[in-house]
Design a protein around this ligand. Structure first.
Ligand code: SF4
Ligand code: SF4
Length: 459
């Protein structure tokens, strides 16, 4: 006896029904009539003969070969359990977030760094130069124990605004190079800096170029749109002008630059203007990543914002595809879909990353740096501290839609990654709640990818 798999999902458009396996990405397109009949069998257990009489022998075989029709004694959950165990095994340390300071010279209206409550007055700290070196040594040691044999490793120079600690930026770059030349870090270990671009001068642009440092540069759009949310702590600095100046310097020196662009409500409401700005005015050098707003009690966006954000990401992807521009967020999903490789988690909190605070404390997620929540020992005091063996990651390792029952029956489970556990924890108190900011993005992207595949097959 046979039935439809729990993972068999239906999408309809015109007279076509797409039948999709939500764990394996297998996809078939059926004529609407047959597809409709199949959908009506969602809760039926039938013999092979009965199935074949309704949908035809060939379609029955095709669906069975793709595990969309399964034996009625098969336990659907076994497939999910074995898949998630495989994926979990593949999570290996590959990223260091080195927080060179937790202070910033901007106070962007959407910044989520202040969202976790801190006790008492917050006084920003800068990482000492010794701690920078020790942190990179520490990462190199942990990689030997917990890193994968291959695969890209990345050191992110991060903040706050890392350029508020310029000597630490220089030391981090030179020390990483030294460890690479001694074979203590992989030769292709990338060093990247995430900066707001207001403090980068010619000397630093040259330094980045000479050392192959990638720059993630925050820019949301044209002056009016960028400056609506990205504002200085003090004074009346035109942040847009500073970032534009930085971008020109970096380009002059041939630095690899990726824009990091936050989809503020201003950006989403003026998305065509923003796209035109990036594509036809400023130009995108080496890619861009659009960021969906994190939870922030100061910014109240509703469901419409998240639906519109999801549409904007697809709109950008279509345009960028024509222009061969790489946009990280949507491309991650497109790749997962094309290569049938499910996304376990959207970030490194499962054990793919460590974060080192300016005082040398080792932690899981940069969002919680100010209250030092989910941070363990100081590596300067305890260089042998192993965050993975200490239990620091215990509550994070499984934070994936594949371990969240609320997500099991979602059509986008394998494409999603589950968003930002920190953002939802800050909003509801539990990282195990669905980060519903990302649901429209995951679901709309999946549906678009399915029909894009159909269009490609039929043109
Ligand atoms: S939990 Fe959220 S803030 Fe923390 S690393 Fe992941 S995506 Fe970033
Ligand atoms: S977070 Fe939302 S879109 Fe992602 S798997 Fe869960 S329910 Fe689906």
């Amino acid at each position: 006896m046979y039935r439809l798999s729990r993972w068999c999902k239906f999408f309809e458009k015109g007279n076509v029904v797409a039948v999709f396996h939500s764990l394996t990405f297998d996809l078939l397109f059926l004529d609407g009539d047959v597809g409709g009949k199949l959908k009506d069998l969602s809760n039926s257990v039938l013999s092979e003969l009965s199935f074949c009489e309704i949908i035809g022998d060939d379609i029955f075989d095709l669906l069975k070969d793709n595990s969309l029709i399964v034996s009625d004694v098969e336990n659907d959950l076994d497939k999910l359990f074995s898949l998630r165990n495989e994926m979990k095994k593949e999570v290996k340390l590959n990223m260091l977030y080195l927080l060179l300071t937790d202070g910033c010279n901007l106070k962007c209206r959407y910044c989520f760094e202040d969202t976790p409550e801190t006790s008492g007055v917050f006084i920003p700290k800068k990482m000492s130069l010794d701690c920078v070196k020790q942190s990179i040594d520490y990462f190199a040691r942990l990689l030997k124990k917990h890193g994968s044999a291959g695969g890209q490793k990345i050191i992110h120079l991060y903040g706050g605004e890392p350029m508020l600690n310029p000597e630490a930026v220089k030391i981090a770059i030179s020390h990483s190079q030294k460890l690479k030349s001694k074979g203590q870090l992989p030769k292709d270990c990338e060093v990247a800096i995430v900066t707001n671009g207001t403090l980068v001068d010619d000397e630093f642009a040259k330094l980045f170029a000479e050392n192959g440092v990638t720059v993630g540069l925050s820019l949301d759009g044209p002056r009016r749109i960028n400056n609506a949310y990205r504002i200085p702590q003090n004074g009346t600095t035109d942040v847009f002008a500073k970032v534009e100046g930085c971008y020109n310097l970096l380009k002059k020196h041939g630095v690899k630059i990726g824009f990091s662009s936050t989809l503020s409500p201003e950006v989403v409401d003026n998305f065509e203007e923003v796209l035109n700005f990036f594509v036809n005015e400023i130009g995108i050098q080496d890619g861009i990543c659009f960021n969906i707003l994190h939870y922030n009690p100061r910014i109240n966006v509703g469901e419409r914002y998240f639906q519109e954000t999801a549409k904007s990401l697809i709109r950008a992807f279509k345009l960028f595809r024509e222009k061969s521009i790489y946009e990280e967020r949507m491309m991650r999903k497109a790749k997962a879909f094309a290569f049938k490789k499910p996304i376990f988690c959207d970030c490194g909190v499962n054990g793919g990353q460590i974060v080192i605070a300016p005082d040398g404390k080792v932690g899981v997620c940069q969002d919680f740096v100010k209250p030092r929540k989910y941070f363990g020992d100081e590596l300067t005091q305890n260089p042998d501290y192993d965050p993975f063996e200490s239990g620091l990651y215990d509550g994070w390792k499984n934070r994936s839609p594949f371990f969240m029952e609320q997500c099991y029956d979602c059509e986008a489970i394998a494409l999603c990654g589950g968003g930002c556990p920190a953002s939802i924890e800050l909003r509801t108190g539990s990282r195990w709640d669905i980060d519903d900011r990302v649901c429209p993005h995951s679901k709309q992207s999946l549906e678009w990818l399915i029909w894009d595949t159909y269009d490609n097959i039929n043109t």
